[in-house]
Design a protein around this ligand. Sequence first.
Ligand SMILES: NC(=O)c1ccc[n+]([C@@H]2O[C@H](COP(=O)([O-])OP(=O)(O)OC[C@H]3O[C@@H](n4cnc5c(N)ncnc54)[C@H](O)[C@@H]3O)[C@@H](O)[C@H]2O)c1
Length: 439
Amino acid sequence: MKIAVVGTGYVGLVTGVCFAETGNDVTCIDIDTQKVKSLQAGKITIYEPGLEVLFQRNQEQDRLHFTADLGEGIQDAQVIFLALPTPPGADGTADLSYILGVAKDLSQLITSYKVIVEKSTVPVGTSEKVKTVMRQRLTADLFDVVSNPEFLREGVAVDDFMKPDRVVIGLSSERARHVMERLYKPFVRQGNPILYMDERSAEMTKYAANAYLATRISFMNEIANLCERTGANVDHVRRGIGSDTRIGKRFLFPGVGYGGSCFPKDVQALHLTSKEHDYDFRILDAVMDVNTRQKHILAQKIMDYFQGDIKGRRIAIWGLAFKPNTDDVRAAPSIDIINDLLSAGAEVTATDPEAIPNFSQSFKGNVSYSEDMYDILEGADALAIITEWNEFRTPDFQRMKSLMKSPVIFDGRNIYDLEDIPEQGFYYSSIGREIISTK
Ligand SMILES: NC(=O)c1ccc[n+]([C@@H]2O[C@H](COP(=O)([O-])OP(=O)(O)OC[C@H]3O[C@@H](n4cnc5c(N)ncnc54)[C@H](O)[C@@H]3O)[C@@H](O)[C@H]2O)c1
């Protein structure tokens, strides 16, 4: 099938590459001409495990193309995916100007039947808005609008796309259903379902999923904070509740709060949708409040350890990305933590296996970076672990100790077992667990 993907960011590029991988002829379109040039030249623009190999193979086999020209990109396409940004607008609601702007452009370009698919996360009712814009210029027989929210997780996006738990498709046209069924068939061969529903329910499903996952995180962060005050160990509590099949094991890890380009904006957007419909969605207030507080907890622990004075102290940071296996730093907890440390007068040195370029480009504060996780420990008064990259899990503790001014670790992701720490001789403070002290 011939497919166009408008917006070639994290979602658009993965979508385009994975559809090419199943034999479709895909053209990815982006307004950012630098990005398009780079992709045309065979240079991938994001870090996502497993993506580059598929990207290169499909480009070589002439199934994957890139252009900045919308008209050229969609000309022959039977299906057009919109993987455009939906950032929070000035009032916090999802900004639909990218989607509706492209819908208007498409209405001026389309001359034969096409299925327009919303891949972006959009508030309930957006597919009707897209239809209204398109109908101003096009007759109903020339297009259908489908809601097909994306559930991929950055860091494992290729796997998630190729083997989705489920595919959610909201539509009201048999003709479009036929097209979507053909397109997704190769991805659901193991029996994972394609769930068809109306457009509004599909749009709501995406927000409900993200809001529920964010709720689990905030809930566990509250439990962890209470564990610290009561002497319980959140590791035991997590396993204790996660083994209950009604609860399940995943998404129960406490930490420094959720970040990334989705949870914060999607929880906020759902909250505002509720307000627009005169509904007081109280759980979401708490989820957001807890998360805001949690993002400052690690810096607070550091301040407390140094009795409120970290001026001139050197704090090393392991991990800038909002989670491991991505270079994405959007709304990453590292931003809040480093801001807190810098405002209190600390010197900050930081490392991350993939995210230094993105972080140093967008973060304005004075941070020195190194790609070597040991380099930044030289003369450090403390190490703060913010992202649980695998390479931080079994470090050379003795080497760390020899480099650092004092052997002090604040672990925002609980990546070490408590029983392994005493023999290493570190002061070790984590989330929801006893402090191990050699002082
Ligand atoms: N990133 C994720 O993990 C994820 C997961 C599921 C859903 N989503 C949703 O998918 C959507 C896209 O997210 P993303 O992370 O891929 O965003 P992104 O910012 O990485 O990518 C968006 C791309 O669209 C391009 N663009 C902007 N205006 C354009 C236009 N008029 N024409 C063509 N291209 C244009 C931008 O240059 C950019 O490359 C959002 O709604 C997001 O909420 C994201």
